[in-house]
Design a protein. Sequence first.
Length: 316
Amino acid sequence: MPRIATIEEPLLPGSDIVVSGSDYCCSCLYILCSIRSGGRWNGCWRLTAFFCFFSIAFWIGVTRNLYCNPEALRHVDPPFGGEMMPGKLLLVERKYLLIQFTKLVDVYTENMTHIGYFYDINLFVIMRFGFSDTSGRIWFEARYASFLSRFKPIIEYNLQRCDAGGVGGSATLYQIKEVWWAETYWRCLFSCQRLLNLARRPESEQVMEKLIPAWDFGEKAEAQVSFDGWIVPTFHGRITGPVEGYGTGLRQVWSMNITNLSDGTQIANASQHFVIGTPDQNLRVLSRWKVVEASNSHLPNWVVGFMAVLDDIEED
């Protein structure tokens, strides 16, 4: 039976954010209402105004300061000698008792020192997926490769440090693309595999989302990430209502391996297990990852950590 989680989980810090993306939804509704009402102020207009106001307010409230800001990192030394995190780390899924709009995964060192957290927010077609240290500084972020990528059943992400474009900042972009034709993730039940290619590109400025991905996106990959999964029983409780199925269930548990495509050597590996959350987490099933990176790895630790957390973030 999974052990009880006892890790203290700090609250998410907050500040301010610049709104982007909500105007697209509002513009579409504006056009539809104009056509339907002939420009007259009616219920459709009022609904549109309410929707836009609520969306913007909601987005500000949930995603405060969760975005890249190279200037905020100008005079700050990147932690762990520029690696952002150590080669060995623990990823701890964080959930709250009731409503939670943001997926959170805390990052700890081997000796259980909290160094930051991954966050993921998906509202409408807007995404924020990155890593913050304990002081609330965002150090790297994943973005969709294009507007079209958010509607695809596969992963297409640009992964980039937030100090790119700043003085002395990073000049590397990582492209992550799912190899859907070679994996069994979408057509398996018990023994599953998910594959992602990882390519590196020189890029000294922040890469913005385009309408469609570049024709060579993810080509000439230098590493492949393999998630191998199998079904395990899980146990959970619930303090906000009755427990279905006597608290038992089934879930896919994963292991991760990153392989150098040029010579076949292993870059890093990670293993997942499940625990039962504390009462303030509603006794849910929570994910834990142990990540180990090879000492001679040519991939930065923060890239390895991001790949390991990808399953928890993508899990619905």
